[in-house]
Design a protein around this ligand. Structure first.
Ligand code: ADP
Ligand code: MG
Length: 234
């Protein structure tokens, strides 16, 4: 199953969610591939400490490398296709090639998670159409919800249904929207609430996911729960 992890607004926790969910799925024995679909930022590659690896997704999408050459096995057991922080690489990458590239390896993995960029641009359109399901990441504030709701509609218009919503950074602010309000506004189910957790940032500074850094941190427990919900494994 291919899941695109997206949000309308930037900085809400897509990359954090993609990487942490992947590590949690791998712990449940699921063969999981993550794709750094934010081709100009390479944040996911940084969390897995693979941002300098070549070939990366850039070379795959420019036809210079085979997808299999760009899959790296991380020590957590997660397989990662990194992207690099090179403007030149970004320019030559043809995002439209992604569906056929993933088709080549799709049968070998239980889950393929695509970490999408913010907004509704050309890259996002491809990521939405490539996926079987959309996983939305939102923070409990109005603009994040409005943007996410639009994204859900775009996904549905290309035949990609919503898997659910990850409500992230809960407890950071006063006056946050509640889970029920959010479910009503987006017309989707909140699968998990991830609390604001300083261990997430501490882990990122060390180029690690929070689960590797501290497996019983509040955010780690939330991502482990999300992985069980999605995979149906206890
Ligand atoms: P996006 O990929 O949506 O732009 P990131 O995953 O890069 O967002 O997260 C943005 C910032 O917020 C990062 O510095 C990350 O460490 C921090 N962050 C994300 N989720 C949490 C959380 N639950 N608690 C604390 N900090 C978080
Ligand atoms: Mg990101």
């Amino acid at each position: 199953m291919i899941i695109t992890i997206a949000s309308g607004k930037g900085g809400v926790g897509k990359t954090t969610t993609t990487a942490s969910l992947a590590v949690a799925l791998a712990k449940l024995g699921k063969k999981t591939l993550v794709i750094d679909g934010d081709l100009s930022m390479a944040n996911l590659a940084i969390l897995f400490n693979l941002d300098k690896k070549k070939p990366s997704l850039h070379e795959v999408l420019s036809g210079e490398a085979d997808i299999r050459e760009a899959i790296y096995k991380h020590k957590t057991g997660v397989y990662v296709v990194p992207t690099s922080l090179s403007l030149e690489g970004y320019k030559k990458a043809e995002i439209e090639l992604l569906p056929e590239v993933l088709e080549e390896v799709g049968d070998e993995f239980d889950y393929i998670l695509i970490d999408a960029p913010a907004g509704l641009n050309r890259e996002m359109t491809v990521h939405l159409a490539t996926a079987d399901k959309l996983l939305l990441v939102v923070t409990p504030e109005m603009f994040s919800i409005v943007d996410a709701s639009r994204l859900k509609e775009s996904a549905e218009s290309v035949g990609t249904p919503l898997l659910g919503i990850v409500l992230n950074r809960v407890g950071r602010d006063f006056g946050e929207l509640g889970k029920e309000e959010i479910e009503m506004l987006i017309k989707g189910r909140v699968l998990v609430e991830v609390p604001e957790d300083r261990y997430v940032r501490d882990a990122a500074l060390k180029k690690m996911t929070v689960i590797e850094y501290k497996k019983n941190a509040p955010a780690s427990l939330a991502y482990l729960k999300l992985a069980s919900l999605i995979s149906g494994e206890p």
